[in-house]
Design a protein around this ligand. Structure first.
Ligand code: ATP
Ligand code: MG
Length: 180
């Protein structure tokens, strides 16, 4: 499963439609402070299902929509598409490529699409389950996350290992069944 392309339009600092293509191997994105590098990973986390705006370094849902500049009016929607090569069929049995799209309006309303077909967030979560790409996965590690891991107490660090090892889900299930 390989990442092929990320398309952004109206997401944070990316007002114009921007396409980032990923070739096989390693891709590095470089640029001065504040040029939008972290916004790119925020966009990926968002389209993969992150719904807590604080995790995307915002206060409210609208903060991820292009807010405008002196010369340019704010935009009314933000849209991000992440395209995976699916020739190994890991994400879906019949699709050669899987394109996940998320759009948000200033009202806070969100729309989700799999290969341009409207779906629910749940469908995207189900598609990503057990691929290591879900919302709480360690596939994307932000700047502050590294500090948090290094500075965490042993018990907190243990939770991170449990999450990576895929145990967290079972613990959640266990706690839920004990509550009943
Ligand atoms: P650093 O090297 O410091 O980590 P970076 O390249 O990761 O920088 P980002 O944090 O991705 O930079 O980008 C920050 C920029 O994005 C800021 O200039 C900020 O004004 C802009 N920005 C964030 N949200 C919006 C928005 N909703 N509309 C317009 N611009 C935004
Ligand atoms: Mg950054």
């Amino acid at each position: 499963m390989q990442l092929l392309r990320l398309e952004l339009k109206g997401f944070k600092s990316f007002a114009d439609k921007t396409i980032v293509k990923f070739s096989p191997g390693m891709t590095a994105i470089v640029g001065p402070n504040g040029s939008g590098k972290s916004n790119i990973t925020d966009a990926m986390r968002w389209v993969l299902g992150e719904s807590n705006v604080r995790q995307l370094r915002g206060q409210k849902a609208e903060d991820i929509i292009f807010a405008g500049t002196e010369k340019r009016r704010p935009m009314s929607t933000a849209e991000v598409t992440l395209v995976f090569d699916n020739s190994d069929k890991r994400l879906h049995p019949d699709l050669a490529e899987v394109a996940l799209t998320r759009r948000i309006y200033r009202s806070g309303e969100s729309e989700f699409y799999i290969n341009k077909k409207a779906c629910r967030l749940k469908d995207i979560q189900a598609l990503l389950a057990d691929t290591g790409l879900g919302r709480d996965s360690m596939a994307i590690i932000g700047q502050n996350r590294v500090d948090a891991i290094l500075n965490s107490k042993p018990e907190e660090r243990r939770l991170i290992f449990e999450e990576v090892a895929g145990i967290a889900r079972f613990k959640m299930n266990k706690e839920e069944s004990l509550r009943r």
